[in-house]
Ligand binder design. Sequence first.
Ligand code: NAD
Length: 328
Amino acid sequence: MRILVTGGAGFIGSHFVRSLLSDADPGFTAPTAVTVLDVLTYAGNPANLAPVQGDPRLTFIRGDILDTGRVTELMAGHDAVVHLAAESHVDRSIAAGAGFASTNVLGTQNLLEAAVHAAGLGTFVHVSTDEVYGSIPVGSWTEEQPLSPNSPYSAAKAGSDLLALAYHRTHGLDVRITRCSNNYGPHQYPEKIIPLFITRLLDGLPVPLYGDGEQIRDWLHVEDHCRAIRLVLEGGRPGEVYNVGGGTELTNKQLTGLLLDACGRDWESVEHVPDRKAHDARYSVDWSKIRDELGYRPRRSFDEGLAATVDWYRDNRPWWQPLTGPTA
Ligand code: NAD
């Protein structure tokens, strides 16, 4: 299978590409070719692909998913697309939403349109997020839940989900959507809570905790998310949505406590800052569909995965140091 991966130099995309090319899981078909299309925004980093850059099956193309000519040309030579390219940070979407609408909505539409016209292209996996459902005080959203996003980021992702489903219904394109909870792991840009807090604590700096810190998120190791994407790529059904969860719900305050312990700091390092605008109180997805249909289960325990992630940031300062500080 020849796979085009958009956003393959980012956090999840690069992990996905490294796992595709590691051939480590005999349960999956080894790809014959993997092409990464990534424009390298601040969040894209070619160093994330360094471990696989000598693999003859890998081609890296620096390019924009909004570039119709480039996307049309690339799509024709592939059997499947795994679409991860996006603007992905909620805080940035609150500060300036235009790039979120263009990349996440128009960029996805551009890819879908090219996919419809590409002879030979089979499956299009669109990687989305649990944030499209909005906040849920108790219980968990199933895939049937109407979308109710609250941030410009999640609204743009919801727009791209609806377009993906429309291309399936209208044109019969084999689109499959994943909606995953919060990911953590190595190579995550130090702006999201876990890598931001780890890198600051390792530098002896204070960490900003939003509001009362009682917002609840469900955490999943990036490795488990990438396995779920592969299960959907190889065994999912066209036109279907698959929620992907981790089973570790924590308040941001609880998470902060764990990170303080792991980095040898105490609550004196925590600065309480005003809450994020329209901050969703809780996300939770019911992921029994992917479990029952495709046999998905998270494998990494949160305690072990978090400790390994802290170790990775401790051991890989040259990766993140240039990305932190006042000008980063
Ligand atoms: P990221 O910000 O680390 O990476 C995004 C990548 O997309 C970067 O390499 C960037 O250069 C690239 N990109 C951005 N705009 C592009 C464009 N116009 N053309 C080509 N490439 C472009 O994001 P991530 O955390 O790895 O998330 C990947 C996907 O997974 C996103 O679609 C996101 O919505 C989704 N997701 C993320 C999480 C999470 O917790 N991080 C959870 C669920 C779903």
